[in-house]
Design a protein around this ligand. Structure first.
Ligand code: 5GP
Length: 182
């Protein structure tokens, strides 16, 4: 990585504090439900997911789905592809989908539809980030870490052309970064 981006939009510190709060909230909301399964939507949610599960003080199970919607570009194509399948049966279970960011809302809408058909007991969504200005469809997102402005962000799991996922904070990728292909 040639350069570290200027000002973080969300610092590591802020991220840590907010994820602890989300974990506490989810632990309270699901306290009477022994069958909680957290499904991490990869790749973008991998760091958030790892931090969130450790902030939840309940026995839970983990599963993952690899979904692709952007194919390396920084604007949405609206085409969503499920690249992997779940390994757990979700019928009758409490499911919490863990997303990196809700942008147009199309991915969450698609996943709610597909997974809803498998008859879980409940299905909720927890997203680290939300860009409300960009919504194309109305979707329910029960837990949101941060609402952010309409900017393309990278870091903390989020990529630009598969890079920058390892930045430990969230930063805005500007046009100069995209043009230089860094
Ligand atoms: P949606 O279907 O809500 O438009 O988009 C969801 C997916 O688009 C996210 O899971 C994420 O992978 C990608 N995405 C949306 N906005 C951004 C962004 O600002 N930065 C990055 N890196 N990915 C984004």
């Amino acid at each position: 990585m040639k350069r570290i981006f200027g000002k973080p939009l969300v610092t590591q510190e802020h991220m840590r504090t907010r994820i602890k709060e989300l974990g506490r909230q989810i632990s309270e909301d699901y306290v009477d439900r022994p069958n909680l399964l957290l499904i991490g939507i990869m790749k973008g949610a991998f760091l958030f997911y790892a931090d969130l599960v450790r902030a939840i003080r309940l026995p839970l199970q983990v599963d993952f789905l690899v979904v692709s919607s952007y194919e390396g570009r920084s604007t949405t194509s609206g085409k969503i592809k499920m690249i992997t399948e779940l390994t757990e049966d979700i019928k009758g279970r409490d499911i919490l989908l863990v997303e990196d960011i809700v942008d147009s809302g199309l991915t969450v809408q698609y996943l709610r539809k597909i997974l809803g058909k498998k008859k879980p007991r409940s299905l909720a969504v927890c997203a680290l980030l939300s860009k409300p200005e960009r919504r194309k469809v109305e979707v329910a997102v029960e837990y949101i870490g941060f609402e952010i402005p309409n900017k393309f962000v990278v870091g903390y799991g989020l990529d630009y052309q598969q890079k920058y996922r390892n930045l430990p904070y969230l930063a805005v990728l500007d046009d100069a970064d995209m043009e230089s292909g860094q």
